[in-house]
Design a protein around this ligand. Structure first.
Ligand code: UFG
Length: 346
């Protein structure tokens, strides 16, 4: 019998790619999404790729009764992957209460319902943002690095949610949890049937870059070339979204098979390589043949200078490794941008 996994935020960028990989690995998926930042037709893309239409419920995880209805409608959910959250750093500074309400309430509701419906475990989407700017001796940053005070309400919701999970498990709740701390997810499915669909002007590098390359934006601003890095631009660990999706499948297998060593485990999910913004732009130009219009602009407030992951723990314990190159990621991101244009979406 196929095991059923509930994926909240399953029509979003990482959620949709993870749904594809879960289905491919033999799971049944139920997606819950309030469509606040995605569209229902993402389900069509998923179904085209896998040949299987995931179940879909348009429900807001903050609505306890509606969420409970999902557990009643689909008995036997074994695991949950919780992506549904507000995720724009800048917006969270302007609307902190919205961020705290959405991101905390939804997790609390899910945790409350898990024991009631005998759900074994949860995978929580966290972020390397919890490390802030790691001290030099902590680069590449491992899971053991100190957690730094969050720079934004968004970042704080990730930290607090990690603590909520820890506290709930400590209280004796009979569930297990795997916290995945993502580095910078980029790219799109190689079929270009699903990808990232930014809402308005993108805040993140890759969608802004591909929108500039296709002519939606005039110019990409590189935020700062005077950082203490070899070329002066910031350094990140850019991970291909399909690799990231597969990390969730590995983590879910660990949960449903009861192989976790601790009730709460934390894993970095990245490539282990730091790449600068300029290096990324050069790679994009090389692998797509497109010349990018960009200029150096002042630093962006709140940016981390350099961070990349030590991913040994995920490699060894989850038996998972990021296998795709930056070229793969950028080629698929570009293909996806062209598909959005073809479809008249943007
Ligand atoms: N950048 C530019 N120009 C742009 C956009 C970004 O130069 O138009 C630069 C940024 O200054 C940064 C790098 O590209 O140096 C990456 O920026 P992103 O906004 O794409 O990603 P961040 O690393 O700032 O943030 C991401 C996620 C957050 C998460 C964080 C963890 O968006 O959700 O990683 O570090 F919290």
């Amino acid at each position: 019998m196929k095991k059923t996994i509930l994926v909240t935020g399953g029509t979003g960028f990482i959620g949709s790619h993870t749904t594809v990989e879960l289905q491919t690995a033999g799971y049944d998926v139920v997606i819950v999404d309030n469509l606040s930042n995605s569209k229902a037709d993402v389900i069509d893309g998923i179904a085209k790729i896998t040949g299987v239409r995931p179940a879909f419920e348009q429900v807001d995880c903050c609505d306890y009764a509606a969420l409970e209805g999902v557990f009643q409608k689909y008995p036997g959910i074994e695991g949950i992957i919780h992506f549904a959250a507000s995720k724009a750093v800048g917006e969270s500074v302007e609307k902190p209460l919205m961020y705290y309400r959405n991101n905390l309430t939804s997790l609390i509701n899910i945790l409350e319902l898990m024991p009631k419906y005998n759900v074994k475990g949860i995978i929580f989407s966290s972020s390397c943002t919890v490390y802030g700017q790691p001290d030099p001796e902590w680069l590449p940053v491992s899971e053991a690095a100190p957690i730094k005070k969050a720079e934004s309400p968004y970042g704080n919701t990730k930290q607090v949610n990690e603590e909520i999970i820890q506290d709930f498990v400590k209280s004796g709740a009979n569930i297990s949890a795997i916290i995945l701390r993502y580095f910078n997810p980029i790219g799109a499915h190689p079929t270009a049937l699903i990808g990232e669909v930014p809402n308005g002007a993108p805040a993140n590098l890759i969608p802004y870059l591909t929108q500039t390359a296709i002519g939606i934006r005039e110019q990409l601003a590189v935020f700062g070339d005077d950082y203490n890095t070899p070329d002066g631009s910031c350094i990140r660990d850019f991970i291909y979204v399909v690799d990231l999706a597969k990390a969730h499948v590995a983590a879910m297998a660990r949960i449903v098979e009861g192989k976790n060593a601790e009730p709460v485990e934390v894993f970095n999910v990245g490539t282990g390589n730091g790449v600068s913004v300029f290096e990324l732009i050069n790679t994009f130009e090389k692998c797509t043949g497109v010349k990018l219009n960009y200029k150096v602009a002042p630093r962006r407030a709140g940016d981390i200078e350099k961070v990349w992951g030590n991913v040994d723990k995920a490699n060894q314990v989850l038996g998972w490794k990021a296998v795709h190159t930056l070229e793969d990621s950028l080629t698929t991101a570009w293909k996806w941008q062209q598909k959005l244009r073809e479809d008249g979406i943007m």
